[in-house]
Design a protein around this ligand. Structure first.
Ligand SMILES: [Zn+2]
Length: 462
């Protein structure tokens, strides 16, 4: 069963095969680190994490190289550093750490490399030199510009016709541009801004050139898959492609282009409690990362995603149910039965809604098998866990999922209350047992009595 991916360039779902199955390469445009990131910025993080997991499963963990960059040269970073009166590096370090912590809380594996603009300067300067050498760039008035006319396919990726490209660029066209579409590769720094040495004078790179230079440096051109949000198609990816092709590496830059749709905030149905929360960092204070991850993957990645509290509630309820099933199936040893067939929904252009439906179906069948003591439970559990692992869900111990909202201190108190209540029940002191249950209830703890003694969980917040 081949992996099919929708390629923006050819506007078709195509069978994916890497140029070298022992070295599968993927690049995804990453964040500019100057603040906590909006939850929408994490949609590509989890979408391409699912693809990363799927590729690792298909080609072997050590055969997939995934680079996601960090933009640490930017006006917004400089402004934030000036506002706080701290060095630029203090801002970029702080928010890169926060970004990576949020991504990890959403279950994203670390990419195999995370190149930074500030650490790619030599490659950026060399690439600009290559472009000038190929007559695809020119120096003018302290700047270096890409000569868009040098790339006959300019506009093909985004499908944006020439007049719209010009209309888009016409706002404030600098006098040194030969064509309004030409874009900056290198520019002089303003006083107080960081600058690097170059043959065209001290300055800093434009944004688009950093991705092309990082891809060439960390993965080598061409790559198998280039990903990012659909807002990056034009001009960012169009410009990346033009730079990559015209730098003399060959006609090919990325063999597949994948773009995820927008996350739309402000739906009418959204309640205030989520409507006001736009940063993943803040959402993670109230919701389990795994539920946020599920909600971010609930729509097909190419479709817009309406971000509502309802999505989060549904995701958490589904996870409660599935972890409940896995808890009941704890004694069953999982065996893989369906092999890669269980990945079928994901092999079809990462159809995550269909994959979640299959996860739920497998969960229900496993639950029925557990209740009946049926032997097919082992295969169902194996298939469920295999598909879930590729989605990046259901990887925790069920006990940890249910008690994840409590810190060690609280857990200790709860354990003591549950044990005292068990003892009261054994002594048939029902009044004391009820009193203790009330105390637990006040801590938002639900006690579940079972044959092996009582277990507990933190109840969902109302
Ligand atoms: Zn990029």
């Amino acid at each position: 069963m081949p992996l099919k991916l929708y390629d923006t360039m050819t506007r078709k779902k195509r069978d994916f095969a890497p140029a070298d199955p022992e070295r599968v390469t993927m690049y995804v445009c990453g964040p500019t680190v100057y603040n906590f990131a909006h939850v929408g910025n994490f949609r590509p993080v989890v979408v391409f994490d699912v693809l990363f997991r799927l590729l690792r499963r298909l080609y072997g963990e050590s055969h997939v190289l995934y680079a996601a960059n960090v933009t640490d040269v930017d006006d917004k970073i400089n402004a934030k550093a000036a506002e706080e009166g701290v060095p630029i590096r203090a801002i970029t370090e702080r928010y890169l750490a926060a970004y990576n912590a949020d991504a990890a809380a959403l279950g994203a594996l670390p990419p195999t490399s995370q190149p930074r603009a500030t650490e790619t300067m030599d490659a950026i300067v060399a690439l600009i030199g290559d472009l000038i050498h190929q007559n695809a760039a020119y120096a003018a008035d302290g700047h270096v510009l890409f000569a868009t006319a040098a790339f006959s396919d300019y506009g093909k990726l985004s499908g944006r016709p020439l007049d719209e490209q010009i209309a888009g660029a016409r706002v404030d066209v600098a006098p040194y541009k030969k064509d309004p579409r030409d874009f900056v590769l290198w520019k002089p720094s303003k006083p107080g801004e960081p600058e690097w040495a170059s043959p065209w004078g001290p300055g800093r790179p434009g944004w688009h050139i950093e991705c092309t230079a990082m891809i060439a440096q960390t993965l080598g051109l061409p790559i198998d898959i280039h990903g990012g949000g659909e807002d990056l198609k034009f001009p960012h990816h169009e410009n990346e492609l033009a730079q990559g092709v015209c730098s003399g590496h060959g006609r090919e830059y990325a063999r597949f282009w994948l773009h995820n749709g927008f996350l739309n905030m402000g739906e009418e149905k959204m309640s205030k409690s989520v409507g006001n929360v736009t940063l993943a960092h803040d959402l993670l204070a109230t919701w389990p990362g795994e539920a946020i991850r599920w909600a971010l993957l609930a729509a097909h990645y190419r479709q817009p995603l309406a971000w509502t509290e309802d999505q989060l509630v549904q995701a958490r309820n589904a996870l409660d149910h599935l972890y409940g099933v896995l808890g009941r199936a704890k004694a069953i040893e999982a065996v893989t039965s369906a092999g890669d067939d269980v990945l079928a929904p994901l092999l079809d252009d990462l159809n995550t809604p269909a994959a979640f439906a299959e996860v739920k179906r497998l969960g229900n069948e496993l639950d029925a098998a557990v209740r009946k003591g049926a032997p097919e439970g082992a295969g169902l559990k194996g298939d469920l866990l295999a598909l879930a692992a590729t989605l990046g869900i259901l990887q925790q111990d069920p006990q940890v999922w249910f008690q994840g909202g409590a810190d060690d201190d609280l857990k200790g108190r709860i354990d003591a209350l549950v044990a005292a209540r068990d003892a009261a029940r054994r002594e048939k002191d029902w009044a004391e047992a009820d009193r203790l249950r009330g105390e637990l209830s006040a801590l938002n703890v639900e006690v579940m009595d079972g044959p092996a003694g009582a277990t507990w969980r933190i109840k969902e917040q109302a």
